[in-house]
Design a protein around this ligand. Structure first.
Ligand SMILES: [Zn+2]
Length: 412
């Protein structure tokens, strides 16, 4: 591989490309709305493909509409070193979530061209379809199909609120590719991403060396009490489903605090029935989202919640059904890939720390089928999935430099 301290990407060019892409689906408050497989998503894809072709890449599109831009290697029969992320956004999304990881990959290709560096292995930049899950649930569907988590038919059949499926919309925008989704050997995969949390900025650190993804357990709770009139029903005989739910909210928060700093514990949804001001609530639907990088801690959180919920049900004179709807094991990333990221940051002298990804990313799916790691950079106030999402140009530049070095180390 190429040596030397002047291995660098062109930070200005990367920033300019980000701002150019941000014009597609720009929102009034300075954010982006490029929902998956809309006309705007097509425009973003077209721009990316054009840029990649101008940089000499060949383009392959698979059946889930994932785009792979390839810069050939000296031995083009070798498995590629791949990077990438997503171009789709939330309805009120920002300019960096996902698109940074895609365009940082493109910038690596452009910089390799500038420096006349030939790599032993091919280098590929991937765009994963529908990462956000905002238009089509579930999120990260196309990287999941690629990794064999779901089969292709399931992926293509996912529908939006109007009943339009991913398969139909891929056809419509011209991105229903014919190459197989998955089954491809990847030598190493790196995803560069804004942290979407406050840790790096708070600690004044430039690079997050991502060691893995948190485990997640999601639950749906049905609480059954009894509706009755808010006036004539004496306090001791009430079976107030919302009171039970409130106690569960408090319990979930306590569990999160008890397993800090690794734990996240959230009640994000509460539907109260009949939701009328003078009726004691008879039924509540609610959700719980538990996350932790340590499987033992996550299991303890599960047990504590179940025992606590049983106690609350009795004390509140309600029935509570707990249904677990998702169980993702914590996923450690590949040690060698993590080390490549660390070395990239160290060689340039960037401050860095190990960090676990709190959010889900396409890399978490790819990690199931290929050696993987991620590179985080800070974002202002840790805010993401928001139009004000922002990052400093020097962070953008730094993450790209680390990506360049990590990829070069693995591509030879
Ligand atoms: Zn993202």
């Amino acid at each position: 591989m190429a040596e030397g301290h002047n291995l660098t990407i062109n930070g200005d060019r990367l920033w300019d490309s980000l701002m150019e892409m941000a014009k597609i689906g720009a929102t009034e408050k300075g954010g982006n709305c490029r929902l998956a497989l809309t006309d705007l998503d097509r425009e973003g894809r077209d721009l990316f493909v054009r840029w990649c072709e101008e940089a000499g890449c060949s383009i392959r599109i698979d059946r889930m509409g994932n785009i792979f831009a390839r810069r050939p290697g000296r031995d083009d029969s070798l498995a590629p070193v791949m990077t990438g992320s997503h171009l789709d956004t939330q309805p009120t999304g920002g300019r960096f979530d996902g698109v940074y990881g895609v365009l940082a990959g493109l910038e690596v290709v452009r910089s390799l061209n500038d420096m006349n560096i030939e790599t032993e292995r091919p280098v590929e930049v991937a765009v994963w379809t529908n990462e956000e899950g905002s238009r089509f649930a579930p999120s990260m569907i196309a990287s999941a199909v690629f990794a064999g988590v779901y089969d292709l038919d399931f992926g293509l059949a996912c529908a939006d609120e109007d009943g339009k499926t991913i398969g139909e919309e891929l056809e419509r925008i011209g991105y229903a590719g014919d190459s197989d989704c998955g089954g491809q050997e990847i030598h190493a995969f790196f995803e560069t991403h804004i942290e979407q949390g406050p840790i790096l900025e708070d600690e004044g650190i430039t690079i997050g060396v991502v060691t893995g993804a948190q485990g997640q357990k999601w639950y749906e709770l049905e609480i059954e009490g009894q509706e009755s009139h808010a006036g004539p029903t004496p306090m001791p005989v009430r079976r107030d489903a919302l009171l039970g739910a409130s106690r569960v909210v408090e319990l979930v928060n306590q569990i999160g605090l008890a397993h800090a700093p690794g734990a996240c514990a959230t009640v994000g949804m509460l539907n109260v029935h009949p939701n009328s001001r003078n009726v004691i609530p008879g039924r509540v639907f609610m959700t719980i989202d538990f996350r932790h990088p340590d499987p033992t801690a996550l299991a303890t959180m599960d047990q504590t919640m179940r025992a606590g919920v049983a106690e609350i049900a009795e004390r509140s004179r309600v029935e509570i059904g707990v249904k677990q709807i998702m169980d993702l094991e914590p996923l450690p990333f590949d040690e060698a890939c993590v080390a490549s990221v660390q070395k990239g940051a160290d060689d340039i002298g960037y401050s860095s720390r190990r960090i676990v990804s709190g959010a889900g990313h396409d890399a978490c799916n790819i990690a199931r089928v290929a050696p993987t790691s991620m590179i985080f950079i800070p974002c202002i106030d840790g805010i993401s999935h928001n139009e004000v999402e922002d990052a400093k140009p020097e962070w953008i530049h730094a993450g790209g430099n680390v990506l360049l070095r990590a990829m070069l180390e693995r591509a030879g």
